[in-house]
Design a binder for this molecule. Sequence first.
Ligand code: GLC
Length: 544
Amino acid sequence: MTQYLAAPATGTATATGTPATGDRPGWWRDAVIYQVYPRSFADGNGDGMGDLAGIRSRLPYLAGLGVDAVWLSPFYASPQADAGYDVADYRAIDPMFGDLHDADALIRDAHDLGLRIIVDLVPNHSSDQHEWFQRALREGPGSPLRDRYHFRPGKGEHGEEPPNDWESIFGGPAWTRTKNPDGSHGEWYLHLFAPEQPDFNWNNQAVRDEFRSVLRFWLDMGVDGFRIDVAHGLVKADGLPDMGHGEQLKLLGNQVLPFFDQDGVHEIYRSWRKILEEYGGDRIGVAEAWTPSAERTALYLRPDELHQAFNFHYLNAEWDAAGLRQVIDESLDSMRPVGAATTWVLSNHDVVRHLTRLGGSADRARAATLLMLALPGSAYVYQGEELGLPEVLDLPDEVRQDPSFFKNNGQDGMRDGCRVPIPWTAEGPSYGFGTGGSWLPQPEQWAGLSIESQTGDPGSTLELYRRTLAVRRDHPDLGAGDAVEWLDAPEGVLAFRRGAFTCTVNTNAEPVELATVPGQALLSSGDYDGSGALPADTTVWWTA
Ligand code: GLC
């Protein structure tokens, strides 16, 4: 076994002997959760596409990295019109990723290593190849099966215009016209994303029953929780009113829209919470909820709803001390009334990798990570960020697969650049991703960023993540609580206390002299030399 696969000395403990947070009640409150994007993590059968066998074989790496849980993006049976977020069968694995035996083995191995498994649930829409949608199409207008989706006659004399003015997040109208079984023009159906992703009608009882059953299916398989895709979108405003045309909408911004963040969604999560509790063992629901404000996000996390929500307000923050302080305070303040743990995230499969997004500097990306991991609550790490991978900006058009790339408005269409398979070794056909190629080309420079290349190099980003996660585990007070104590700091510097720790972040492009050195430097994201001067774009953790 190569060195990068080495597991910690005991399955559920780090090298220093601290139990994984996964063993503790309320484990999610300060958990570090690692996102695996199955296509791009590890390829077990050499076909150039990641799969469950590949993930399973590399679980020891994740246990050794020191994360508490793994969130897997969708692996269900899917035509892959949106990289698996178009599900044709919620109870089957896509053959490209393996089968249910592989899923079972993966979950068991993860648990043996002290890792929790969170799967992605996609309840806002199915694939257009889902049996329900295909039957609804076949049966034609008036069929009760059509009520499981949003079918509507078109506007205009011949029904040639969409039923309302809603736009797809991927660009273009959110409606597609069907053909009747006899070939004539038929009704339209709603899809907030690609046309291959028809939206479910959550006012239909069969839809509600089906998803409760799907939840149970995966809970019976042993999963520890669900990341809920488009959790804010399930319920649409009564009558599907127009959204009103304005300037180009930023659909993932903070507008109030008739198809997002409707109050009716909460009832659904209350019913799901009951199921999660029935199963015991601290299983969690995590909302992907784009809402107009942190206060609206907190509503999903009331004690009888979900456990966590991604903090997109934090992800969107710029590298600016005052702005970061504000979003940190707002995030913590908004969660306190509902008693939920705040989460922090810098990268995922939908956004430009944070190294590139924050300006392209590896120093800054590492400083941002060390700040995130010093904050109270739970943090999400996206595969490859621990290697300091940049966004791949020069993918040729012909290899791109992101459906939004093929539209000329809507989401930026550049999501393939963060989905390039990660490098494991310095050599080999796909840098150890698998024995074959890679479904998206990997830049040559990634050889030097591979897990193999960085392992054992104390100056590497990977070793920084390993050290930081080990310190976090050894000092549970770092992730605990719901507040930070801000300290006076020079312009462009954040300084705060967390229990016995102090964290200082210099967001300036120049070194800054600290008036007082806060203690003994424990970890530094850059080349801190022990003097009073904090280097540019550097975070340091101190102990008293
Ligand atoms: C979420 C997913 C994204 C997907 C969309 C539609 O935003 O994270 O990847 O395209 O939902 O399912």
